[in-house]
Design a protein around this ligand. Structure first.
Ligand SMILES: [Ca+2]
Ligand SMILES: [Ca+2]
Length: 536
């Protein structure tokens, strides 16, 4: 209802020219009531957050009612698929009501479900059924900005005297000298300029206002009280702006995230992970988020898969010094993180599998982007972020991808005919079954899931390391090269037996010598995973 009115306001933006005051109407009522903590507990096993996660764009995952948009009931119907794949957590891109009718990051109501996705009851059902399948549910939370159609911003923009004026970042006129991502983050209206680092439709909250932080804490408790298992925080390096030269990764950003981690720590077993491409490890450290996406490892994972020596060295060394909670990814929903892996690797499945093994067996929490496990490509007919966010390829149907019984809101991926769940479930050698095998190792080996990362070694194109936890040692060896390699690994228990867990057949046991050295032959572009048993 406020849409036309607000567009009129923002249409005056840019040059600051106005043709008299906009036709103001009373701002909408706003609910910012406090929400007290009421932890329903957690039924998930200890350490659940070290299982692999799936990042899911609900709008593109599965449509239950034929309207062409994915929804929560559609996702619920695919929980058996996700369970069989072996994921232990879901990160849902924003499921809160948004005004963008797409990705959801322009939040219009922090305590309602996006109408296209369903209802709060649907979310509750998803959480309940996911838990029954041993899967946790983490939701996206956008603390930096809201929609310009959020009723609180509508109030804030209504007049300089409005009670919510100071909930966003306003100045009487746009200050000069600002340039972020190549554009001016200040947006003129008839009665002042507001700050919106991601554009005029997504104004930044004023997080220097304690009432705003209190509101966000209440919103977070609203979801945690419903049994949601954690939060993925968006754009945490952009929370505070000090001046035109200091608007990214400033000390206040880390401190506020530490406060959020403290909130989650008052609940049982809640997981928190941050998006901070400018300083992944700084935000991943305890004291800040405690976990953050490893954007600084992504290029090396793909480089190693292509047998680049420097990349192999980077992958081998990363978890010797990185915070233990880092969350490795190959790609995600944003263009800045690269194309879909299939498109980046030109459909080279051996390289794809090497990249996957390089992060799915690693410490921390690996995040798979939905459809990555079947090799979904970018959409051929789309550009920008949309090409990465296509309907999930459930079948080879070129029109619907098996995603909807209606007309999909967006075109499917370019390779839906060959890379899809139905085709790959039927093929034991498929990429999907490789992902299942890697996740099965993570789920059956506690040393892989949350053990220590020990003695990485690189010899030519071969990387190896041990993962150790109480009573269990695993040796991982990855040969990124295209020729077979014989590699001597050191640092094993004396006379230990190496028994191949992967591949499950065809690899003979190897015995370490009295000095803890063993020589292993790894075929071209191969992954070998051994149980390391001490001598009997
Ligand atoms: Ca739907
Ligand atoms: Ca900000």
């Amino acid at each position: 209802m406020a849409i036309g009115w607000l567009l009129l306001l923002t249409a005056c933006g840019g040059g600051g020219a106005t043709d008299g005051p906009p036709p103001l109407r009373p701002p909408p009522a706003v609910d910012v009531s406090d929400v007290a903590a009421n932890d329903p507990g957690s039924s998930l096993p200890a350490g659940w957050q070290h299982g692999a996660f799936m990042e899911i764009f609900v709008r593109s995952y599965r449509d239950s009612n034929g309207d062409g948009n994915g929804d929560l009931q559609g996702l619920i119907s695919e929980l058996p698929y996700l369970q069989a794949l072996g994921v232990k957590g879901l990160w849902l891109m924003p499921v809160t009501a948004s005004s963008d009718h797409d990705h959801g990051y322009a939040v219009a109501n922090y305590r309602e479900i996006e109408p296209d996705y369903g209802s709060l009851a649907d979310l509750d059902q998803l959480v309940r059924q996911a838990h029954a399948a041993g899967i946790g549910v983490v939701i996206d939370y956008v603390m930096n900005h809201s929609s310009n159609l959020n009723p609180i911003f509508v109030n804030s923009a209504y007049a300089p005297t409005n009670a919510y004026r100071d909930w966003y970042v306003w100045q009487a006129s746009a200050p000069v000298g600002w340039n972020i991502f190549g554009t001016d983050p200040w947006h003129m209206t008839a009665n002042g300029a507001y700050f919106g680092v991601f554009g005029a439709t997504m104004p930044d909250w004023n997080l220097n206002n304690a009432a705003v932080v209190g509101y966000h804490l209440s919103n977070l408790r609203f979801w945690l009280n419903r049994g949601v298992d954690g939060i993925r925080f968006d754009a945490v390096g952009n929370l505070f702006e000090l001046d035109a030269g200091h608007w990214s990764d400033v000390p206040q950003d880390y401190a506020l995230m530490g406060q959020m981690r403290a909130l989650l720590d008052t609940y049982s077993q809640r997981y928190m992970v941050c998006e901070a491409p400018g300083d992944p490890q700084g935000f991943g450290a305890s004291g800040a988020c405690g976990a953050a996406f490893a954007f600084d490892l992504r290029d090396a994972l793909l480089g190693a898969a292509r047998n680049d020596p420097a990349s192999i060295a980077t992958v081998a060394g990363y978890f010797l010094s990185a915070p233990a909670g880092m969350a490795p990814i190959l790609a995600n929903h944003d263009s800045f993180a690269g194309d879909r892996i299939w498109s980046q690797l030109n459909g080279n499945i051996p390289e794809y599998e090497l990249a996957a093994a390089s992060y799915l067996l690693a410490p921390g929490t690996p995040f798979i982007y939905y459809g990555e496990e079947v090799g979904m490509a970018d959409a051929a007919s789309l550009s920008g972020d949309a090409r990465l966010r296509t309907p999930m390829s459930w079948t080879g149907d070129a029109r619907t991808a098996g995603f909807t019984t209606g007309t999909p809101y967006r075109a499917p991926s370019a390779n839906v005919a060959t890379q899809n769940v139905a085709a790959e479930e039927a093929d034991p050698a498929s990429l999907l079954n490789f992902y299942r095998a890697m996740l099965a190792l993570r789920n059956t080996r506690h040393s892989i899931r949350d053990g220590s990362y020990v003695l990485p070694q690189v010899a030519g194109s071969v990387m190896s390391y041990q993962r150790q936890s109480a009573g269990e040692t695993t040796l991982v060896m990855i040969n990124y090269g295209t020729i077979s390699a014989s590699t001597t690994v050191s640092g094993l228990a004396a006379t230990a037996t190496l028994h191949a867990l992967y591949p499950a057949t065809g690899v003979a046991n190897v015995t370490a010598d009295a000095g803890g050295m063993a020589t292993v032959v790894a075929g071209p572009q191969s992954v070998l995973v051994f149980d390391v048993s001490p001598p009997r």
